[in-house]
Design a protein around this ligand. Structure first.
Ligand SMILES: Nc1ncnc2c1ncn2[C@@H]1O[C@H](COP(=O)(O)OP(=O)(O)O)[C@@H](O)[C@H]1O
Ligand SMILES: [Mg+2]
Length: 242
């Protein structure tokens, strides 16, 4: 299903919003292409989009409406659909009128920029964490879609764990969770590094994405135990049948 902004190559573009018109001189306003993988926008009647809508409904009543503002999206192993769920869930919440922020905190294999493709580079999470002169607000891309703001990772970092363990990450996240109705955070798989656990412990609530015929149940249970021992509230597990 195509919306009026869709283009022939299956992507949709969003017009820049008022704030983006004010750019440092000579810089073009940023535009964003929405990939077909954002099924809640490209194919809202598909089974995948309907599953995301059901997840949104559950999270609204059990999480957001209870004043819980952060949600880390975690998985035991890569390729499970963590980014797919993060992005589609964030767009779905925004479409329901919730002021939503989506952060790509995967500094190992960042991929938000392939789902919502910016027309040029911009200040990123990595900048905010590395450089204490970077203002936190400058890395938030406001209203990329109505009610949806984004923080891109800014690319891979060989110091991911150090950056996410630092005080600046917690300060940024606390600020985001105060400003937005919900902040969704995409994380790397937990079987190769501890970034997902660190992110979830800052965000305090998590969902786990498991993929059919891919993720071991034992690995999901281990991750749940680890998160609980870190005092993270595990809100639920998403079973991705892809
Ligand atoms: N339910 C789904 N429907 C369609 N494509 C999916 C689905 N889940 C995952 N994918 C695709 O599978 C690939 C891996 O998913 P991704 O979200 O990048 O995994 P992870 O972030 O856990 O490594 C991507 O190309 C993604 O778009
Ligand atoms: Mg990913």
């Amino acid at each position: 299903m195509m919306s009026e902004n869709d283009t022939a190559d299956g992507t949709a573009t969003t017009a820049p919003f008022a704030d983006e018109a004010v750019q440092p001189s000579g810089e073009k306003p940023i535009t964003f292409k929405i990939s077909d993988k954002v099924v809640v926008a490209s194919d809202p009647s598909s089974p995948e989009a309907e599953a995301i809508a059901a997840l949104r409904t559950h999270l609204l009543s059990h999480h957001v409406d209870r004043g819980r503002r952060g949600l880390a999206v975690c998985s035991p192993s890569g390729g499970s659909g963590t980014t797919f769920v993060s992005v589609n869930l964030a767009v779905s919440l925004a479409r329901a009128g919730i002021k939503t922020l989506l952060i790509d905190a995967n500094l190992r294999e960042p991929s938000l920029h392939r789902m919502i493709v910016p027309s040029r580079d911009m200040p990123s999470l990595k900048d905010a964490l590395i450089d204490s002169d970077t203002e936190y607000g400058s890395v938030i891309q406001e209203n990329v879609l109505p009610n949806l703001s984004l923080i891109y990772s800014g690319g891979k970092s060989s110091h991911a764990q150090e950056l996410l363990s630092g005080a600046r990450f917690k300060t940024l996240l606390d600020l985001c969770m105060r400003e937005f109705g919900v902040t969704i955070v995409d994380t790397p798989a937990s079987n190769t590094n501890a970034d997902g656990r660190r992110i979830a412990s800052v965000v305090r609530h998590a969902i786990i994405v498991a993929r059919k015929d891919w993720t071991y149940v034992a690995d999901v249970n281990t991750l749940i135990d680890e998160l609980r021992s870190d005092k993270v509230n595990v809100v639920g597990t998403v079973y991705n049948e892809y």
